[in-house]
Structures are given as structure tokens and as C-alpha cells.
Design a protein around this ligand. Structure first.
Ligand code: GTR
Length: 324
């Protein structure tokens, strides 16, 4: 009995010692639930960092919007209350001008094209834009392709969207995108979408397979049209306030661990997309795959005209289009 107790005591002391060995614990925010690819990728980054700093720097991921919805959490990150934040680039559009280009509808030919852009110099140039606004852009994650879903009827052509109330992420680009499609945009926090569809405040929203599934939106909006109007990458950012507290060596380690988590994220993402699609289809959601995207693309000219006005953005769009 005494021996067992002593062993247990030694074990718990050892555990406390390991836990308290973290000199720095970086608090990280994510809107998604535990197990979602973005959440798991940031945890993985934390493991790498802990290993590479002999346990000195740790990451604690707060999933399921525990630290707030994306827009608020971005503010908290700017103030240094939150150290790391994994968000879509969408809610950054009104803060970091450069992020607008990757939020433009149909800017990317495919997810592979998006990877080639964000993994190269264009991606780095966009990340640099975060610094003057109080953030360090660390790395990109995947957000698949976003498509429309709603509770009313299957959208088979652009005409079906007319007059519908569709939730978008909080960015002017997406509001204008919906107007260009003849619909009414309702910018809302992600966490409010389910009940807003359920109560009929909005008709639908738009997202990728994993979000459509994990949020449960498919339960209340069972018509999903694969028009893939947006391929918006996601970002992992750090508060500049938290970053400035680190030594240059530690900054480099944080950056590297973040970069090294991207391939892991993409692996997890590919697997989750399949699982989510299966789950949604099994639930009987009406998935419309045959859709002529051309009219959707043509309608976007006004969005580009309104938002791609500065030389900086014009140049970025040109470079993205010149990327094979
Ligand atoms: C998801 C994305 C989240 C959030 C959400 C939304 O695809 O991963 O970061 O932006 O969409 O629509 O608000």
C-alpha cells in the first residue's frame, strides 16, 4: 500500500515538474472544436516547440471559441491577451489590406494553385503585411473551397440565390460578393450561424465540407451547392506584443514550428474533408455538384473593381494570376 502510494506520489511530482517546466505558455485561440484539423495542427506545433526548447516553450490551444469569436479574438490578439490565433484570412480583410487578395472570389484556380501561391514569395509578402497592424503572420493552413448551403431550396443557378439571406464572414468583400450575386449578405459570427438558420433569421451560409459538418449546419441547411466561390486560406498569427517578448532565437523557433505544422495540417485536412463529406451525404443532404460556375465568376467583376484599387493589391492579383 505504502509502496503504491509512494510510487504515485513520485509520479505526480514528476508530472508537476514537467508541467511547470514551461517557462512560457502561449495561449492559442481557435473557433473550431477539439479534433478539427486546425486545432490539431496548432497542438502539433506546440509539441514541436516544446521538444525543440527542451520543454521551455509550450502552447495551449483553446478550441471551440473559448477565447471568443474570430473578430473579437483578433482584437484580443492585437492587445497581447491572446498570443496565437488561428483564423481565416477573411476576418483580417478589413485590418490587413494584403489579405484581401486571397479572399477574392475565384482568385485561385484550385486548392493546389492556392498552395503554390501562399507557399511562395506572394504568400510571404502577404504575411509581412500583418506586422504593421500588430501581428506576426506565421504560416498558412487550408480552408478548402467554400460553397453555398441553405434551408430553403437547392441552388442550381445564380438566379436561385436572388433575394436569399446568406451569412458571410465579417469582411466587406464577402458582403459585396453576395450583392453581386443578387443575394442579401448578413455578416455574422460563426457561432451564431446555426441558430440563425434554425430560426429563419437567415436562409443559409457558405463554407467548406469540414466546417459545414462539424458546425452541424448541415442539419438545418440541407441543400449544398458546390459552386466553390472562395478558396480562402487560413492563417496562424502571433500577437506582436507576445512576439516582442521572445528572444530572436525563440522567435525563429516559433516561426519554424509553425511552418512545420502546415504539412501536418494539410494531411489532417485531406482526411477530414473525406470524412465530413461522407457524414453529410449519409445524413441525406442534397448535394448539387452539377453547377455552371461561369455565371458566378462573371458576376464578380464588380467585386474586383471595388476592392482591388491600390497598386499594391493590383500587383498581388497580377502575380497570383501569373502563378501556374
Ligand atoms: C471556417 C474557418 C473559420 C471561420 C469559419 C467562418 O471555414 O475555418 O476560421 O472563419 O469558416 O465561416 O466564420
Amino acid at each position: 500500500m505504502l509502496k503504491t502510494l509512494t510510487t504515485a506520489l513520485v509520479a505526480s511530482v514528476a508530472m508537476i515538474a514537467t508541467a511547470s517546466a514551461c517557462e512560457i505558455t502561449l495561449k492559442s485561440s481557435d473557433t473550431h472544436p477539439d479534433g478539427y484539423p486546425t486545432v490539431e495542427a496548432v497542438k502539433y506545433m506546440g509539441e514541436l516547440l516544446k521538444e525543440r526548447t527542451d520543454g521551455r516553450i509550450c502552447v495551449e490551444v483553446f478550441h471551440s471559441a473559448q477565447l471568443g469569436e474570430e473578430k473579437d479574438s483578433i482584437e484580443q490578439t492585437k492587445f497581447g491577451v491572446i498570443d496565437l490565433n488561428r483564423v481565416s484570412t477573411g476576418p483580417f480583410n478589413n485590418i490587413v489590406e494584403e489579405t484581401k487578395v486571397v479572399s477574392l472570389p475565384y482568385i485561385f484556380k484550385s486548392v493546389d494553385h492556392m498552395h503554390r501561391v501562399v507557399d511562395g514569395p506572394i504568400g510571404e509578402d502577404i504575411l509581412k503585411g500583418f506586422e504593421s497592424e500588430g501581428f506576426i503572420g506565421l504560416t498558412y493552413y487550408d480552408g478548402g473551397a467554400r460553397s453555398f448551403y441553405n434551408s430553403v431550396k437547392p441552388i442550381k443557378s445564380i438566379d436561385d440565390l436572388k433575394g436569399m439571406k446568406i451569412r458571410v464572414m465579417q469582411s466587406d468583400i464577402f458582403v459585396d460578393m453576395m450583392s453581386a450575386l443578387g443575394a442579401n449578405a448578413t455578416p455574422l459570427a460563426y457561432g451564431e450561424v446555426y441558430s440563425s438558420i434554425q430560426t429563419g433569421v437567415i436562409d443559409g451560409a457558405e463554407n467548406n465540407w469540414p466546417s459545414f459538418e462539424s458546425s452541424g449546419h448541415f442539419e438545418v441547411a440541407p441543400n449544398y451547392t458546390l459552386d466553390q466561390h472562395l478558396i480562402v486560406p487560413e492563417v496562424l498569427v502571433m500577437s506582436k506584443i507576445s512576439w516582442d517578448k521572445l528572444s530572436p532565437e525563440d522567435q525563429a523557433l516559433v516561426k519554424q514550428a509553425a511552418k512545420d505544422s502546415t504539412p501536418k495540417m494539410r494531411e489532417l485536412w485531406a482526411a477530414r474533408e473525406k470524412v465530413s463529406e461522407e457524414k453529410v451525404r449519409e445524413a441525406g443532404v442534397n448535394v448539387i455538384t452539377e453547377i455552371d460556375k461561369q455565371p458566378f465568376m462573371d458576376a464578380m467583376d464588380s467585386v474586383y473593381e471595388k476592392h482591388v484599387t491600390s497598386d499594391k493589391l493590383k500587383d498581388l492579383v497580377k502575380r497570383i494570376r501569373a502563378t501556374d
